[in-house]
Design a protein around this ligand. Structure first.
Ligand SMILES: Nc1ncnc2c1ncn2[C@@H]1O[C@H](COP(=O)(O)OP(=O)(O)OP(=O)(O)O)[C@@H](O)[C@H]1O
Length: 595
C-alpha cells in the first residue's frame, strides 16, 4: 500500500508547526542569519540612494577626482560586505537546516524500528526509502532556503517600498505598484497547481524507488525466469512517469518567473511615464528617477524570492503530508508491559488462536503446550499447518485473537518487548546476514564477544570448518544478504549467532532445512551437549525432517492450525497417525538416498 497523502490543510499546518518549533529551538542560528540579512537589506537600499546623490552631484558639477573616487570606493566596499554577509547567512542557516534533515531521518528510523511486522506488510520498502531521502530533503529546503529567502525577500520589499514611496515620491511609488496585485493573484493560482504537482512527483519517485528496491532484491529470480526485459520496460515506464511528474512540477515552478517579469516590465513602463512627467514638472530630479528605477530593479529579488519560497513551501507541504502519517502512525506492536521475568521461566500456551486478516480459517487454533526450562519441544506438520505462525505469536510479531502465551506465568504482553527478545534466540528459515564480516554477523547480539567465543559458537553450529575455508576466514565480508555463502552456511551462521546470544530459549524455525542430515545430526548433538552446561536452556525445534525432533521431550503435530497429535517420538510412532506415517516415509526415502 503506498504512503497515502493526507489532506492539504493538515499537511500545511503540520509543516508550519514543526518548522516553528524547529526555529524556536535554533533561534540563535536563525537570529544571526536574520541579522546578517538585515545588514544586507540596509546596504542594498543605501546603494541606489547613494548612486542618486552621486548622479545629482555630477550633474550639478559638484563632484570631481578624489571625491568621486571616494564615493566609488564606498560603493564597492558596500558590495563586498554584502557578498560576505550573504555567504555568512547561508553557512549559518544551512547548518541548522541540515540538522533538521538529520533529526527527521533519525526520528523516522526510530519510529520504523518500533513498528511490528503488520505495519511493514502494509508499506512498500521503496516508498519508505524515498521518504527517508527525497521527502526529507524537500522538508529540509523548506526549513532552510524557504524560511530565510522569505524573511530576506519581505524585508527587502518593505525597505525598497519605503524608499520608493517615502524616500522619493509616493505618487510615483503607488503608480508603479499598480500591476502587483495581479501578480499576487497569479502566484496564488500557480501555487495551487504546484502543490498537486509536487505531491504527484514525490509519489512517482516513491514508485520508482520501490521498483529499484524490488528489482535489485529479486535480480537473480528475474534473470532466472528471463524477465529482465519485462522488468526493464516496467522500470523505464516508471522512470518516464517520475520524470514527467518532476517536469510538471518544474513547469509550474517556472511559471512564477514570467509572472514576475511581466509585472516588473509593466511597473517600469508606468514608472518611466509617470516619472518622466514628474521630472518635466521638476517635482523630482533625474537622480531621484534614476534611484527609483534602480529600486524597481531591486524588487526583482523579493518577487523571485516570493515565487521561490512558495514553490519550496508547496513542495515541503507535499513532502510533509507524506512523512507525517509515517512519523505519527500508531505502533502496531504495543510495548507497555513492565513485569519482571521470573527465573526459571517455563513457556506455556493456552488455547492459542490466530487468523491472518482476511483468512477463511485460523492459521493456529486452540493450541496448548508447556515447555519447562531445559526441555525441547518439537513442532512438526505439513507445509502451511501453522508452525511459523506459532513462532510469530511467541515473538509477539502478531497478537493472538484468543488464548495466549505466558513465560514464567507472566502473559507475554505484560513483559517489556526487550525482555522477551533477550529471552529468545530465534533462527528463521531464511536468516539475514548483514554486510559485515562473518565474525561480526555471529557476534551481532553480543558485539563484545571474544574471537574464541565466536569460534566456539561456530563450532557448535558446525560451520567453523566452512568459515575457515573462506578467503579471510572469520574476517571475510559476507556482503549484502550474505551472497557469498550458501543457504546451509547462512543457516548455520545464524545458529552460531543464536547460540552466542546465550538466550534461555532457542527457537529453530525450520533452521536446519538447508543442511544435510549428517550436519543436522552434528548440530543437534552439540545442542544436547550444551544442555549439560546450561541445564535451563529450552529449545523449540520446528522441522520437516522428523529426525530433527525425534529426541525432543515432546513433539507437537499441527494440522491446519490444530494440534492433532502430541507425545514423544516413541509415543507418536505407537499412535500410528500422521507422524508415524511420515516417519516411515522419510525412513524409506533416506534408505533410497543411501542406496
Ligand atoms: N503473512 C500472512 N498473511 C496471510 N496468511 C498467511 C501469512 N503467513 C502465513 N499465512 C497462512 O497461514 C497458514 C500457516 O502458515 P505458516 O507459515 O504458519 O505455516 P508453516 O507450518 O510454518 O508452513 P511451512 O512449513 O511451509 O513454513 C498458511 O495457510 C499460510 O498461507
Amino acid at each position: 500500500m503506498p504512503v497515502s497523502p493526507p489532506s492539504a490543510p493538515s499537511a500545511s499546518s503540520g509543516l508550519s508547526r514543526m518548522l516553528a518549533a524547529f526555529v524556536r529551538e535554533h533561534w540563535r542560528a536563525y537570529a544571526a542569519a536574520g541579522a546578517m540579512l538585515s545588514c544586507i537589506a540596509l546596504l542594498t537600499v543605501w546603494i541606489p540612494r547613494q548612486v542618486g546623490h552621486v548622479v545629482d552631484a555630477l550633474v550639478a558639477g559638484q563632484l570631481h577626482g578624489p571625491g568621486l573616487l571616494r564615493q566609488l570606493g564606498l560603493l564597492v566596499a558596500a558590495g563586498l560586505v554584502i557578498y560576505l554577509l550573504r555567504a555568512g547567512w547561508r553557512l549559518t542557516l544551512f547548518k541548522a537546516a541540515y540538522q533538521l534533515g538529520a533529526r527527521l531521518r533519525t526520528r523516522l528510523f526510530a519510529r520504523l524500528a518500533l513498528q511490528g511486522p503488520a505495519y511493514f506488510q502494509a508499506q512498500r520498502t521503496g516508498d519508505l526509502m524515498a521518504l527517508a531521502t527525497n521527502d526529507i530533503d524537500t522538508v529540509e529546503q523548506a526549513a532552510g532556503e524557504a524560511m530565510l529567502a522569505g524573511f530576506d525577500g519581505t524585508q527587502t520589499l518593505v525597505l525598497v517600498l519605503a524608499m520608493m514611496t517615502v524616500g522619493i515620491d509616493w505618487r510615483l511609488g503607488l503608480a508603479a505598484l499598480l500591476p502587483f496585485p495581479l501578480m499576487g493573484l497569479a502566484f496564488w493560482w500557480i501555487s495551487q497547481h504546484l502543490h498537486q504537482a509536487a505531491q504527484d512527483s514525490l509519489t512517482r519517485f516513491g514508485d520508482l524507488n520501490q521498483q529499484v528496491q524490488e528489482s535489485l532484491a529479486g535480480v537473480r529470480t528475474l534473470r532466472a525466469l528471463g524477465l529482465v526485459d519485462r522488468s526493464r520496460a516496467r522500470f523505464g515506464e516508471l522512470a518516464d512517469r517520475a520524470a514527467e511528474a518532476s517536469f510538471r512540477s518544474q513547469r509550474w515552478e517556472a511559471a512564477y518567473e514570467p509572472a514576475v517579469g511581466m509585472t516588473l516590465s509593466a511597473a517600469f513602463a508606468i514608472a518611466l511615464a509617470v516619472g518622466g512627467w514628474l521630472v518635466a514638472r521638476r517635482e523630482i530630479s533625474i537622480g531621484q528617477l534614476t534611484a527609483f528605477t534602480m529600486y524597481l530593479g531591486q524588487l526583482i529579488w523579493p518577487m523571485f524570492a516570493a515565487g521561490w519560497v512558495l514553490a519550496l513551501l508547496e513542495r515541503g507541504r507535499a513532502a510533509w503530508g507524506r512523512l507525517a502519517p509515517v512519523l505519527d502512525a500508531p505502533l502496531t506492536l504495543a510495548d507497555e508491559g513492565r513485569a519482571a521475568l521470573p527465573s526459571p521461566a517455563p513457556l506455556q500456551a493456552r488455547g492459542l488462536t490466530y487468523g491472518f486478516p482476511g483468512a477463511r480459517r485460523p492459521a493456529v487454533e486452540g493450541v496448548d503446550f508447556t515447555l519447562p526450562p531445559g526441555r525441547t519441544l518439537g513442532i512438526v506438520g505439513a507445509t502451511g499447518s501453522g508452525k511459523s505462525t506459532l513462532v510469530r505469536l511467541l515473538l509477539r510479531q502478531a497478537e493472538p485473537q484468543a488464548g495466549g502465551l505466558a513465560l514464567g506465568g507472566v502473559p507475554l504482553p505484560e513483559l517489556p518487548l526487550a525482555t522477551l527478545r533477550a529471552h529468545i534466540a530465534w533462527v528463521p528459515q531464511e536468516p539475514f546476514l548483514f554486510s559485515a564480516t562473518v565474525a561480526e554477523n555471529i557476534a551481532l547480539a553480543r558485539p563484545q564477544a571474544t574471537q574464541a567465543e565466536v569460534e566456539a559458537a561456530a563450532r557448535l553450529a558446525a560451520v567453523h570448518d566452512d568459515i575457515a575455508r573462506l578467503p579471510q576466514g572469520y574476517a571475510t565480508e559476507v556482503g549484502e544478504r550474505g551472497v557469498t555463502l550458501s543457504g546451509g552456511q547462512r543457516q548455520r551462521v545464524a545458529i552460531a549467532r543464536a547460540l552466542l546470544s546465550d538466550a534461555p530459549l532457542l527457537v529453530l524455525d525450520d533452521a536446519l532445512s538447508a543442511v544435510d542430515t549428517g550436519t543436522e545430526t552434528a548440530i543437534l548433538d552439540h545442542l544436547r551437549e550444551l544442555r549439560a552446561a546450561r541445564p535451563d536452556r529450552s529449545v523449540i525445534v520446528i522441522a520437516h525432517r522428523l529426525s530433527a525432533v525425534m529426541d525432543a521431550d515432546e513433539i507437537l503435530v499441527l494440522k491446519q492450525g490444530l494440534a492433532v497429535e502430541r507425545g514423544t517420538h516413541a509415543e507418536l510412532l505407537a499412535l500410528g497417525g500422521w507422524y508415524a506415517a511420515q516417519w516411515r516415509y522419510q525412513q524409506i526415502e533416506a534408505s533410497l538416498e543411501a542406496a
